[in-house]
Design a protein around this ligand. Sequence first.
Ligand SMILES: [Zn+2]
Length: 414
Amino acid sequence: MYSLMVLIDGLGDDPIPAWNGQTPFSRAPHPFMDRLCRQGTFGSVSICEEDVPPGSLTCILRLLGVPAESFPSNRAYLELLARNRDVSEYEMVLRCNVISQDSSGRLVSFNGMGLTGREMEELAGKFSSLSSDIEFIHLSDYRNLLIMNRSEQVLQTWTAPPHESMGLPVKELLQELQEASLVMKLFMRESEAILQPYNRNGLTYRLYPWGASYRTELPSFQQLNAMSGAIVSQTEIVRGIGKALKMDVPELQYCTADIDTDIREKLAVTRKLLGRYPFVMTHFNGADEAAHRHDYEGKAGFIARIDKEFLGPLLESLDAPLRIVICGDHVTSSVTGKHTRATGPVIAAVTGNTSPLFYEMKHYTDIVKFLMKESEANGKGNYGAGNHVECREKSRHCGLMSGFSSGREQSLPF
Ligand SMILES: [Zn+2]
């Protein structure tokens, strides 16, 4: 049997005051998810629990069966892998934002606010030929990577993430890093000269390197789960995770990693991969992006689109039973714009199953077992003897979800 994880990044949310406490998930119409819930089971789970940070990197690794002791320390190396690049053990890779500071030198944007996408591309071209010691790789917009010779001093230096350092003096934030590497110091100085003509409205733009990391070997998905797998995602960190786990991560042409993504492309690629691999994870990033922007309407609209444009057509066209889970990684609050450790919705079902599925989703390991450890999840007949959920409990959840779906269809434009 094939397994599909539909991972809606940042799916869970806080109650939205303007919606009388409903969340984007409970507010959005999602009849196909409701149908799966009736066939299967509904739970509320925290993937990160209390032991790992509530981020996509840790939570998705966990959902793919990677033990916490194997988690890499930060993202830059995986983002590089997503670009089909690797580094040797003699090199290291850093994240590098374009930031802006005000006239007093305080950080006012971590994302090059005020520069156009075209200007950032133009700048990337100039930075690429700036130094023979540092390779500059442009990812998108304000996001870049730097590759340079490994320096233990730089690796031991902790530079605060720019998005967590708003209002702080940039010079002090970067001081330790510049003192740790002369090559870095010269690169930073010369990059300021390139950025100088772009300064405007009292803002000075600068490069902000941080998050140094090195080559990290992860166990393969095959080794971890005794099956091969594939990932459908346009989000760099998720693509990097797939490549680090030696999964198939096909290139996507039209997806944007936000709520305007091309869901039809995700559907077509997912269908193709389901015929080739026993496990596929299809990742939708837009819900997390919308919540970071406090756009709870956009998040609800995107969840509804996934239901209508991805799940509906997929379920209609299946010609064999599919083990399916729909869940998030961490919770992203549209109220605060931040990730949290709270529980988020999990729906699990086996399509075409005529007998009801009694399998509880109470813990992240229940998701991993259900999708990747078929024999353990199967138990006798139904799933997991001793794991029975009361029918009454299950229908209460489904009823809640259906109740939320109806009655709101006029209030959001889809
Ligand atoms: Zn996020």
